[in-house]
Design a protein around this ligand. Structure first.
Ligand code: SER
Length: 584
């Protein structure tokens, strides 16, 4: 089976079941301070799972671009990759458990769809505990569909429960589907610890809300959230234990073999890291990330530098092969809407500039190493932190120079740093909760007013190139060739404050996408929108100050923002400016 078959079949199946196909959201979450990247299909849909109405209705299906960097160091084995696609279908307070399970089963086993023999399937359901009962309904449904009792594992929260990530939020039991991936007769009994049973799909039944005091309240709107990892499922259905053998990776591997003269079979770990990282980098750059020392930019930098180092370790001074791998990445996704003709140039430029910078850093790092006769743990860690020297590289160079490296001290330093950064990212998304506090909602509305004000003051060509909101400030990126003068900053600030003082109403209408755009609603650069969209309007009919395609939520009146202040402006990259602002 081809990737496009699996993706298209999934979308088509659920379309036939009354779902609307929606495009993948951008990899960088908008208005969500709790996370750097979209790491599950449901994440950008959380507002709708919490009751916000969606322009396309209550049944949705998509293939969502995701990036997980938690286990970036694990990349190198058969199944880890940072970038992946998650196929998912959603019921926003519409159908529930039995219907979801019935459709999952039909899609997996029907001849018309995946045609998986029932004998190769097993499932797990929530066993129940003090917080919530055993999921009898799901269990009964699987029995009804002909899955034998021995093939249904009853597992605890650790395995069969999803969300919330933070202290509070929507959550519920899930039922997971497993495929016997070995080419023999599967055992009659399902053993979830046997790695030949590979999880391919997960149906989450969001029926509870975890309260501050730890109790579970039954949710009024019961949702279904499902997730099928495209790469993993494609691999097992094609009989591969190695995801990198699928057509979603193989063309990049082949190009790399051609360019380095090395074989994948002899250098699997290095190949996988390079191939995964270049692919993830292409997607990040496409979604507007530029290498930097902060947040998403830092991850992109790390991916590119690690790939470059691995290239050098495969073949001396071969870092400049990296841009040659962009082509096969874009080819792999040529039948999707992820990349457009013309993206290549920008992706290549960003990667080449970063490699040049890295080359300079490497040279400095080498000079640094030359200063020592032996390298203590702190220095080795500093080389890693500051110059991006992985410890293997430091060890290698040190060996050549007959220097000693104190590995134990290095590990202690690394552990110390890991603990520190864990504390600082403790509030980040781990799979479930987005902050929709009043303050972030206010800042979200402020971003719309700001965008309209920038267009009015600087010119209508100005548009959003990125946005990020935390509970205390908004960050807004836009295209503009030079630094804003004090006068321009004042004009923008005053205009936003004027619109706040006018206490304009904020509301949305659901409209046809193309029509809304033709009639002048603002869209965000690079974003794909479903056919029906929500258009948020600020002001009164006939003289809207702002009309923007957006999922919400927003405040109802601009007056609640009280006052708006720009606290900083900076440059992001050539032609892109960034503004930080707060509301009172
Ligand atoms: N949220 C669940 C997951 O990520 C199902 O989509 O697996």
């Amino acid at each position: 089976m081809k990737a496009s078959d699996l993706r298209n079949k999934y979308l088509e199946f659920f379309k036939q079941k009354g779902h609307k196909i929606i495009p993948s959201f951008c990899l960088i979450p908008e208005n969500d301070p709790t996370t750097l990247f979209i790491s599950a299909g449901m994440q950008p849909l959380i507002p709708y799972l919490l009751g916000e109405s969606h322009s396309e209705g209550k049944r949705l299906v998509d293939a969502q671009k995701c990036l997980r960097t938690d286990d970036i160091d694990e990349v190198g084995d058969e199944i880890h990759h940072t970038f992946f696609e998650m196929l998912g279908n959603w019921s926003l307070g519409d159908y529930f458990k039995t219907q979801a399970i019935e459709w999952s089963f039909e899609f997996l086993t029907s001849e018309k769809w995946l045609n998986i023999p029932k004998a190769r399937l097993a499932v797990s359901v929530f066993a129940g505990d003090g917080d919530a009962p055993f999921d009898q309904e799901s269990f009964d449904k699987w029995i009804d569909l002909g899955i034998s009792k021995q093939r249904i594992a009853k597992l605890p929260k650790k395995n069969n429960w999803w969300g919330p990530a933070g202290k509070t939020g929507p959550c519920g039991p899930d039922t997971e589907m497993f495929y016997w991936a070995k080419d023999d007769t599967p055992p009659a009994e399902f053993d979830p610890d046997n790695s030949n049973w590979v999880e391919i799909w997960n149906d989450v039944f969001m029926q509870y809300y975890k309260e501050e005091d730890g109790s579970f309240k039954v949710l009024e709107q019961k949702n279904v959230d499902t997730g099928m990892g495209l790469e993993r499922t494609l691999a097992v259905l094609n009989g591969f234990s190695d995801d990198y053998q699928t057509e979603l990776f193989l063309p990049i591997i082949e190009r790399l073999e051609e360019q380095t003269g090395k074989k994948y079979a002899d250098n699997q770990k290095e190949f996988r890291v390079i191939v995964d990282h270049i692919k993830a980098a292409c997607f990040l750059i496409k979604d507007g990330v530029v290498p930097s020392n902060k947040l998403q930019g830092y991850i992109l930098r790390r991916l590119l530098r690690r790939a470059a180092i691995k290239l050098n370790s495969l073949k001396e001074s071969s870092m400049d092969i990296l841009p040659k791998l962009i082509d096969p990445v874009l080819d792999i996704y040529s039948d999707t809407a992820y990349f457009k003709v013309g993206d290549w140039d920008n992706i290549r430029t960003v990667i080449e500039e970063e490699l040049n910078k890295f080359q300079r850093t490497l040279n400095q790092g080498l000079r640094e190493i030359n200063k020592y006769t032996s390298i203590d743990g702190k220095t080795a860690f500093n080389l890693y932190q500051t110059y991006g020297f992985p410890i293997e590289l430091t060890l290698e160079i040190a060996k050549e120079k007959r220097q000693q490296v104190n590995l134990k001290e290095f590990e202690e330093e690394q552990e110390k740093h890991r603990r520190q950064s864990q504390t600082s990212s403790a509030g980040m998304f781990k799979g479930g909760l987005v902050d929709h506090s009043n303050q972030t909602t206010k800042l979200h509305t402020a971003s719309h007013i700001l965008q309209a004000a920038l267009k009015q003051v600087l010119g209508s060509f100005v548009g959003q190139r990125g946005s990020h909101i935390t509970a205390w400030r908004l960050r807004f990126d836009f295209n503009f060739p030079q630094k804003l003068t004090d006068k321009e900053i004042n004009q923008v600030e005053n205009l936003v404050n004027q619109k706040i003082a006018e206490d304009l109403t904020v509301h949305f209408d659901i409209e046809e996408r193309d029509r809304a755009i033709t009639e002048g609603a603002t869209t965000n650069y690079g974003e794909n929108y479903p056919e029906k969209v929500k258009v948020y309007k600020i002001g009164s009919e006939g003289k809207y100050f702002s009309k923007e395609l957006c999922g919400g939520p927003h405040v109802e009146h601009t007056g609640v923002l009280k006052s708006f202040k720009i606290i900083k402006q900076e440059s992001v990259s050539a032609g892109i400016r960034r503004i930080y602002a707060v509301v009172e």
